[in-house]
Design a protein around this ligand. Structure first.
Ligand code: PMP
Ligand code: GLN
Length: 389
């Protein structure tokens, strides 16, 4: 007899990223939906991975990650954020930032605990909180002017709040945390038992002269939480799934208790490649050039859409641009995102997959080669021309 399945996540299907990628592939459409670059990674990184394979790096990496790669991550935090983390006790490498964010939520959230998340939010947090038995408290990320709304977040945090999850630069909105926000959060948390998880996978990718914001830079919040990063985003290798978490030893100890049983360790030859490539001149130049590269991509996309019925606020960070389709359609961005994949050959992510947007909106990934972007622009222009009311 088959046992009855009692889903722990009833009502949850496959992610919108998986669905839209499958639809794009089925229809031979350009995939501006799922967030992956089609820009090749730096050649020196690929060469280092090949070398690591030939050198026989095939067995388990250490549970917390390679020591030299953790040392690089901590040195980089010291250099960019003036934040000291001990590579032995305060840094962990996992299977992408995803595995570590998931592990942290399982490590810290007890049944019934409240977890505050700004919406729209990256789709991992909610199900992870649900599996831990926590109560997700959703607050709007943006106010009616489209600006971060610190008051909405702070107003939801009280004595029973176990966790707050931040994400900057933000997926899917492309906004970034305003300066001063971390000070306000730190003041508000002073007498509360709340920890902070800061998803910074797009960390250094901030546009138009904005400052990168990291939990690590804040002396009080640094002691209160973990910050997460991803080499997938920084080096155009999302398929490698190598990410990190930094945070105080007491929190890292609890994180590793979960990490050692869900993932244990990840991608030994890829960690070796990262450890040898990142300190090189090519590695440093690549990371230094990242914000300018993505700003140019964003600007190319937006210049290409100039004069059409699409509306937007330029992305402040990351590699996603939200396009407002209010001049094109009445509503139901989900329907139209799927339809346009079939009819106009371009796949995007409907923002209604994340929340109830005030107007129909699509998320575009602009981490693409110029030729891909230009083809995408042409198709988006056709959509606008065919639909303008
Ligand atoms: N957080 C955010 C906000 C993301 O967009 C992503 C997506 N890729 C992740 C976490 C996961 O990162 P990784 O691929 O390193 O697991
Ligand atoms: N982070 C990617 C995005 O936002 C998706 C990752 C995934 O497919 N799970 O598009």
């Amino acid at each position: 007899m088959q046992g009855a399945v009692q889903s722990k996540l009833p009502g949850l299907g496959t992610t919108i990223f998986t669905e839209m990628t499958a639809l794009a592939n089925r229809h031979g459409a350009l995939n501006l939906a799922q967030g992956f670059p089609d820009i090749p990674p730096p050649q020196g990184l690929v060469d280092a991975a090949v070398r690591a394979l030939h050198a026989g790096t095939h067995q388990y990496a250490p549970m917390a990650g390679r020591g030299d790669l953790r040392a690089w991550i901590c040195d980089d935090h010291a250099e960019r954020h003036g934040a000291a983390y001990d590579p032995e006790l305060e840094c962990t490498i996992g299977a992408g930032a995803s595995s570590l964010i998931f592990a942290a939520i399982q490590a810290f959230v007890h049944p019934g605990d409240e977890v505050v998340v700004q919406t729209p939010a990256y789709d991992l947090y909610g199900p992870a909180v649900q599996l831990a038995g926590g109560r997700l408290i959703e607050v709007p990320l943006l106010d009616t002017e489209g600006q971060w709304d610190p008051e909405a977040l702070l107003g939801a945090i009280h004595d029973r709040t176990r966790l707050v999850i931040l994400n900057t630069p933000h997926n899917p909105t492309g906004t970034v945390c305003p300066p001063g926000f971390l000070d306000a959060l730190a003041d508000h948390l002073e007498d509360k038992p709340t920890l902070v998880l800061s998803d910074e996978v797009y960390g250094p990718i901030v546009h138009d002269g904005r400052t990168e914001i990291s939990l690590a830079t804040h002396p009080v919040l640094r002691e209160r939480g973990l910050a997460f990063g991803s080499f997938g985003k920084l080096l155009q290798v999302t398929g490698w799934k190598i990410g990190w978490a930094v945070g105080p030893a007491a929190l890292t100890t609890e994180l590793r208790k979960v990490h050692q049983y869900d993932v244990f360790s990840t991608g030994a030859p890829l960690q070796a490649a990262l450890a040898s490539f990142l300190p090189s001149t090519e590695g440093r130049n690549h990371l230094d050039g990242l914000p300018a590269m993505y700003k140019a991509k964003r600007d190319r996309l937006l210049a290409g859409l100039e004069g059409t019925a699409w509306e937007w606020t330029p992305a402040a960070g990351g590699f996603f641009q939200v396009l407002d389709a209010r001049n094109l359609i009445d509503g139901d961005d989900d329907h139209w995102a799927r339809e346009w994949t079939r009819t106009h050959g371009v796949a995007t992510i409907p923002m209604s997959a994340f929340f109830t947007p005030p107007t129909p909106q699509l998320r575009i990934c602009f981490a693409k080669q110029d030729a891909t972007l230009d083809a995408g622009i042409e198709r988006l222009r056709h959509i606008a021309a065919d639909h303008v009311c």
